[in-house]
Design a protein around this ligand. Structure first.
Ligand code: HEC
Length: 102
């Protein structure tokens, strides 16, 4: 039984804790260029939204970016995305914005 415990715990991990699978990653990428791109620019150089260039993103820590994506920035046009994105999705996007994903 003791040996089974880690397996049981893994199986019990809620779906949101999982790394987005390949299909979800494709969705996230198209969301990034279309939805996020509508404000931040298709090439993320900025527009209504601030530039999300590699340099701009690497200058900020992961948790701040994660929080901004999930909760938005009240008082600015940046909306919260937590209804559409799990925390794992948002973490993946942060890595994408920093160019750390394959
Ligand atoms: C309706 C327009 C709009 C959309 C859509 C939008 N953003 Fe934003 N975003 C903004 C604005 C405006 C800011 C700057 C807020 C400020 O003044 O601090 C911002 C800021 C940010 C920041 C912080 C940048 C920094 O340098 O601090 C990140 C990260 C970000 N957005 C990511 C995203 C992602 C990822 C998406 C898509 C899931 C997205 N945004 C969609 C308008 C938008």
């Amino acid at each position: 039984m003791k040996r089974l415990l880690p397996l049981l715990l893994l199986a019990a991990l809620p779906a949101w804790a999982k790394e987005p699978d390949a299909a979800r990653q494709l969705q996230l990428d198209s969301m990034l260029s279309q939805d996020c791109g509508s404000c931040h620019g298709m090439t993320r150089k900025g527009g209504l939204g601030s530039p999300l260039t590699l340099d701009a993103m690497r200058a900020q820590d992961d948790e701040t970016l994660l929080y901004t994506i999930l909760e938005g920035r009240p008082g600015t046009p940046m909306p919260p995305w937590k209804m559409l994105l799990s925390e794992a999705d948002a973490r993946w996007l942060v890595r994408r914005l920093k160019g750390e994903n394959p």
